[in-house]
Design a protein around this ligand. Structure first.
Ligand code: ZN
Length: 186
């Protein structure tokens, strides 16, 4: 009796030139480390800011915001949404590592806009178990930024919620558009 091959075995990504993508990253790291000079920094972000952003590959957060090594905490996930785990990171960021401001960044053309919560049901059909987490899919990116700001501002765990601002990053122009926490349509 043959055992089925693990499902992930076929998804190992080979890249041009041979090796896996991870091999390439490790190789790049050797070059990086060769030129690396210990900046002698502490772990507390210099600008005392935490940036929560979507994991989207088109957003180079440091370049887009003029950030340098050591300036900020970056918390990234699918959508840049504020989940319990985002609050966990922000709580540690503020209470243990001294940050005071929170910047939230969603963006145009986000993958979460093409999903619905049906994604969870489909997962359950496929694997026999429904995930405990919400997909956090959304249609209106402005509204989702507002909801994320609200979740940060109302969290009982965060001592600093005065400076919480939310933006939509345009992946075609590179420009941020600030979102008013109060929906102007209401
Ligand atoms: Zn996204």
């Amino acid at each position: 009796m043959s055992t089925p091959a693990p499902r992930l075995a076929q998804s190992t990504s080979r890249i041009p030139g041979g090796g896996t993508v991870t091999d390439r990253l490790v190789e790049s790291n050797r070059a990086y480390a060769a030129g690396f000079v210990d900046p002698g920094m502490g772990a507390r972000p210099v600008l005392r800011v935490a940036v929560v952003a979507c994991m989207d590959a088109r957003i180079d957060l440091h370049a887009a915001l003029g950030l340098e090594l050591g300036d900020c905490h970056t918390v990234r996930n699918a959508g840049g949404v504020v989940t319990d785990d985002t609050i966990r990171s922000l709580t540690i960021s503020q209470r243990a590592l001294g940050t005071r401001s929170v910047v939230l960044i969603h963006h145009t053309g986000c993958g979460l806009q093409s999903l619905t919560e049906d994604f969870r049901i489909e997962l359950e059909m496929e694997v026999g178990q429904r995930p405990a987490w919400a997909v956090e899919a959304f249609r209106d990116v402005d509204q989702d930024v507002r909801q994320s700001m609200q979740r940060v501002r109302t969290s009982p765990f965060l001592p600093y919620t005065d400076d919480v601002r939310g933006f939509v990053f345009d992946v075609s122009t590179g420009l941020l558009r600030e979102i008013d926490p109060i929906d102007p349509r209401h």
